[in-house]
Design a protein around this ligand. Structure first.
Ligand code: PNS
Length: 161
């Protein structure tokens, strides 16, 4: 069984993430979406909330599982028996960070491959941060985040202000 891990902050999941998840699930036997439990960042949603939003968006993809992790991604991937880590690539600006991370991860565990998927053209400009900013100023987030979670993001941002 080929297991892939799709790690990230997912604060919150965007249409770009969902596109990568769907395409990965069509290739691998199982895709584990792994939310980083990172206390040093100041996320809008808690890890549990982010997992709940993700679960809602992937409920119709049977070979997807949502989980969280802390510590090193490579330790988590090994523990889950994963062969591959998936990362989405948008613009050249993503490349330097992703390149460094892939090489570091390869050094930590040469048996696990990082595979990059180029983001769909219509998701190229989407990131969780821009979505939150648009929401903060009352802009339209249709097509940027999955419909199932639009109200949750709006509500959370309103509460934050
Ligand atoms: O969505 P993000 O914030 O770009 O995801 C980054 C993530 C979670 C993939 C990355 O920060 C990560 O793997 N963190 C775990 C710590 C780790 O393994 N670091 C060493 C490799 S750089």
């Amino acid at each position: 069984m080929k297991i892939a891990i799709y790690p990230g902050s997912f604060d919150p999941i965007t249409c770009g993430h969902l596109d990568i998840i769907k395409r990965s699930a069509a290739i691998f036997d199982k895709v584990i979406i792994a939310v980083l439990n990172n206390s040093s960042k100041h996320p809008l949603f808690t890890v549990e909330e982010r997992m709940e939003l993700l679960r809602r968006c992937v409920k119709d993809i049977p070979n997807c599982e949502v989980d969280s992790f802390d510590g090193l991604l490579m330790d988590y991937a090994k523990q889950k028996n994963a062969a591959v880590v998936i990362r989405g690539l948008r613009a050249v600006s993503d490349f330097e960070y992703e390149f460094q991370m892939a090489l570091l991860n390869k050094k930590l565990n040469p048996e696990i491959e990082t595979m990059f998927m180029i983001t769909n053209l219509n998701c190229l400009y989407i990131s969780s941060s821009v979505v939150k900013e648009i929401c903060r100023y009352g802009g339209d987030t249709e097509g940027l985040i999955p419909e199932e979670i639009i109200n949750d993001v709006k509500y959370k941002i309103e509460k934050e202000c």
